[in-house]
Each structure stands twice: as structure tokens, then as C-alpha cells.
Design a protein around this ligand. Structure first.
Ligand SMILES: NC(=O)c1ccc[n+]([C@@H]2O[C@H](COP(=O)([O-])OP(=O)(O)OC[C@H]3O[C@@H](n4cnc5c(N)ncnc54)[C@H](OP(=O)(O)O)[C@@H]3O)[C@@H](O)[C@H]2O)c1
Length: 327
């Protein structure tokens, strides 16, 4: 009976959004449900690659996993920032097995090169965390001519993940975790306008649609690679105080103030999915605060299995190197 009441309280918070996404939701769930401390989990000898690990949630996640003994590989677009994060993580955890690879996640050739370097440089890969992302207030295009938000958060992770699945599948417990956003609940997939060319650009819309697409890809991957040792999770961190949030939504951050989660609270479910036994037990779910959550909340935003596969096909077409197109 008591478990039932807790489930109801959690569902009510989930429906109300604001308590769920702020630190109120994190604190209540942590107090209501069994919550293994991250310090009790070990990642000794596990190889973990984290994109967007020079700042915010990605750096905190990399630090948490390094603290558990993981061999952490940062994937970053700037060598100076990668080196600085590598030093900070090594210094704060005492773990000196922290390496880095370079790629701008919006640049598909750079991502392909990075994946190839990881395949050459690492004997195996146990966890890939697709975390890099940003909300851009002006429309920009990537080196390949794609809308920048979509390129960074959908096409780049698509190329990286597909290229690393063989290396991941060599591990008998491999996990891919993609960091999406609760903002995705506001948007459906627009398969006919993935580049946002048919309406005035709004950064928050581009961001929410790319986040929606990440979750759709996670479900396709779970199905597509269901007969391998690799599982796929999407998670959203709620609203956490990070440099990214402060830069892209300054007024929102000020409005929520002390209700924002700490970066550690936002990253908790990422690290837990990477390290806890529960992270190996399912594939294709969307998580918040260590529990699976619905894929959609608003009418008209549900993504069908067929639409998700169409998205995967579109990504594959866009990600095919141009030189190969003429073959
Ligand atoms: N904070 C929140 O409340 C919140 C809520 C929902 C979802 N998220 C998601 O959580 C993830 C992390 O966000 P955050 O809040 O921690 O932001 P952040 O502090 O700005 O960190 C973003 C990271 O992504 C990297 N990055 C951005 N664009 C990149 C690119 N084109 N290529 C390679 N790396 C790139 C950044 O690298 P540089 O250092 O080079 O800029 C940085 O390391 C994002 O996917 C974000 O959408 C955050």
C-alpha cells in the first residue's frame, strides 16, 4: 500500500512538470524510493566515452564515473578545454586514466574521424554517453550544411553511435545513454522539415525537436540492436544549473533560482544508468530520476514506430559521406 502511495505521488509530480523537473522532484524521489548511493557503485576497468564533457552535466558525469574507477574518454571540440577538463577530473578524483578525443559533434567528418580513432585506440568501449548539446538562439548551419542544433544533437550522435556499436558490442555489458530534455514533450517529430526551413527559426523549437528526435532514435537503436549486448537509454536531467542553461535561458535560470537542480542532481541518472546493474536490465526507455517516464504527454506529439524508422533512414541518408553519394 505504501509503495502504491509513493507511485501516485511520483505520477502526480510527473504530471505537474515544475515540481518534477526542479530539485523538489529529485529530493522527493530520492527520499521515497530505494536509491543506491553512487559511491557504492564501481566502474573499475570499464571504458566510458562522454561527449560534451568540458562543462556542465557532461563534466560532472565524467567526474562521477572517474571517481568510481572508470577509464574515462572525453570527447570534446576544443583541445584546450579538453585538457583543462582532463586535469580537473584527474585532480578531483585521483584517477589518472582520463583521455580525450577531439570532434565537433556537428561536423560529421570530424565525428567519423573521432570514432575511427576511438576504435583504433581503445581495446573496448563499455559506455557511450551522448551528452553534448546546446540551445542556439540564431539559425546556423553545420560544416555539412545542416541546421546546427539538429547536426550537433541528432546527426553527430547518430554517426558516433552507429560507428561505435561494433566496439560496444565487444563488451558483454554495453550501454549507450543519450541526454535529452523534457522540452521534447512540447514538440512532435517534423519529418518533412527536419532542418526547420519552412517556418521562422526559434531556438527553443529547434532544440525541442532535436531532443524529440534523440528519443526516437534511442527506441530504434534498442530495437535494431536488440540481439546484441548493447542497451540504449535516453534520459532527461530536469532543470539543472549549468553554464549551458545560464547562457541559453538566463531569465529562466533566474526565475527558478534555488529550485534549479545542482549539476550533480541533474547528472545522477546518467551516472546511475552507466554504472548500476539496473542500467543493463532494459533498452529503449526514457528516464528521469532513475525511473522510466512516458515518451509523450501532449496530444499529437506521439512518435509512431514507423516515423521513428523514417527518422533513422533520414539520418542515414544525411550522414552518408558526400563522396560516396556519387558512387
Ligand atoms: N542543464 C539543464 O537543465 C539541461 C536540461 C535538459 C537537457 N540538458 C542537456 O544536457 C546536455 C548538457 O548540457 P549542459 O546544461 O551541461 O550544458 P553546457 O554546460 O553548455 O555543456 C554542454 C557541453 O556540450 C559541448 N558541446 C556543445 N556543442 C558541441 C559541439 N558542436 N561539439 C562538441 N561539443 C559540444 C560543450 O562543449 P564546449 O565546452 O566546447 O562548449 C559542453 O562541453 C545537453 O545535451 C543539454 O541539452 C540540460
Amino acid at each position: 500500500m505504501r509503495v502504491h502511495v509513493k507511485e501516485l505521488a511520483d505520477a502526480a509530480m510527473e504530471a505537474l512538470v515544475v515540481p518534477s523537473f526542479t530539485r523538489i522532484g529529485y529530493d522527493l524521489r530520492r527520499s521515497m524510493f530505494a536509491w543506491t548511493p553512487l559511491d557504492d557503485l564501481t566502474m573499475t576497468d570499464r571504458v566510458v566515452a562522454v561527449t560534451g564533457s568540458t562543462s556542465g552535466l557532461g563534466e560532472v558525469t565524467a567526474t562521477m564515473l572517474a571517481g568510481m574507477g572508470a577509464r574515462v574518454r572525453l570527447i570534446a571540440r576544443d583541445e584546450g578545454r579538453a585538457r583543462a577538463a582532463q586535469e580537473r577530473i584527474a585532480r578531483s578524483t585521483g584517477n589518472d586514466d582520463i583521455g580525450f578525443y577531439l570532434a565537433d559533434m556537428s561536423d560529421l567528418e570530424a565525428v567519423r574521424r573521432c570514432a575511427s580513432e576511438i576504435r583504433d585506440g581503445e581495446p573496448r568501449l563499455d559506455v557511450l554517453i551522448n551528452n553534448a548539446g546546446a540551445l542556439l538562439n540564431e539559425r546556423m548551419e553545420s560544416a555539412d550544411g545542416y541546421e546546427m542544433t539538429f547536426a550537433t544533437m541528432v546527426l553527430g550522435p547518430f554517426v558516433l553511435t552507429e560507428a561505435l556499436v561494433p566496439l560496444l558490442a565487444a563488451s558483454d555489458d554495453a550501454r549507450v545513454i543519450t541526454v535529452t530534455s523534457g522540452g521534447m514533450y512540447t514538440q512532435r517529430l517534423h519529418l518533412d522539415d527536419l532542418q526547420l526551413e519552412r517556418e521562422p527559426y526559434r531556438g527553443s523549437i529547434a532544440y525541442a525537436r532535436a531532443k524529440r528526435a534523440q528519443v526516437a532514435l534511442t527506441r530504434v537503436w534498442a530495437h535494431r540492436y536488440g540481439d546484441t549486448s548493447v542497451v540504449f537509454h535516453a534520459m532527461h536531467p530536469g532543470w539543472a544549473e549549468t553554464p549551458g542553461l545560464a547562457a541559453s535561458l538566463p531569465r529562466f535560470g533566474t526565475l527558478l533560482g534555488p529550485l534549479l537542480r545542482t549539476p550533480e542532481q541533474g547528472a545522477d541518472t546518467i551516472a546511475w544508468l552507466a554504472a548500476a546493474p539496473e542500467g543493463a536490465g532494459s533498452s529503449g526507455s526514457l528516464w528521469l530520476d532513475r525511473r522510466p517516464r512516458p515518451f509523450d504527454k501532449l496530444p499529437g506529439t506521439r512518435v509512431s514506430a514507423s516515423e521513428a524508422i523514417q527518422l533513422w533512414d533520414a539520418c542515414e541518408r544525411m550522414a552518408t559521406p558526400r563522396d560516396d553519394d556519387s558512387d
